[in-house]
Design a protein around this ligand. Structure first.
Ligand SMILES: [Zn+2]
Length: 141
C-alpha cells in the first residue's frame, strides 16, 4: 500500500487554476495553521480526541462537518472563486465543529460551549498570528 498523508490531501488543492487561487504551498500552510489553532482550543477546553483535515472541495453545501468518530473536515476555499476563505471565518467553523466533539447537536449546551470557545479565541492572540498569515494567504479585501 502506498504511503498516504491523511493530513494533507493535496488532490483537494487546485493550485492557481483560478485568479487568486490557492497555491499548494499556501494550502499546506493554511491546513497546518488551522490544525495548530484547533489543537490550542482542544487543549484549553480538554476536548476529546479528533482528527482535523480539509474537506473535499466539492462539498459546497457546508463549511464544515464533525463525524461521530471525531473526524472534522473544514472547507478552506470559496466554492466559486477558489480563494481561501477569511481566516477568522475558518476559525469560526473549526470552533463550531470542535464544539460538536462534546455535543453532537446545536442545543443550548453546544451553543454555550461554542460561544465560550470562540470568545477565548478572540480574547487574546489565542490563535496563530494573523498578520503573518495575511501576507501569504489573505485576499486583499
Ligand atoms: Zn454544527
Amino acid at each position: 500500500m502506498p504511503p498516504t498523508d491523511p493530513q494533507l490531501p493535496l488532490s483537494f488543492a487546485r493550485p492557481r487554476k483560478k485568479k487568486g487561487g490557492l497555491s499548494v504551498e499556501s494550502y499546506r500552510e493554511l491546513v497546518g495553521r488551522l490544525r495548530a489553532d484547533a489543537a490550542r482550543v482542544a487543549e484549553q477546553f480538554k476536548l476529546p480526541p479528533y482528527e482535523f483535515d480539509a474537506d473535499r472541495t466539492d462539498a459546497h453545501e457546508r463549511y464544515g462537518i464533525c463525524y461521530a468518530d471525531g473526524r472534522i473536515r473544514v472547507r478552506l476555499i470559496h466554492a466559486r472563486t477558489g480563494r481561501p476563505l477569511r481566516y477568522s471565518a475558518l476559525v469560526d467553523t473549526v470552533v463550531h465543529e470542535l464544539a460538536h466533539l462534546r455535543h453532537m447537536n446545536h442545543g443550548p449546551r453546544w451553543e454555550a460551549l461554542y460561544e465560550t470557545m470562540l470568545a477565548w479565541c478572540r480574547a487574546g492572540q489565542n490563535w496563530v498570528m494573523l498578520a503573518e498569515l495575511g501576507s501569504n494567504l489573505a485576499s486583499p479585501d
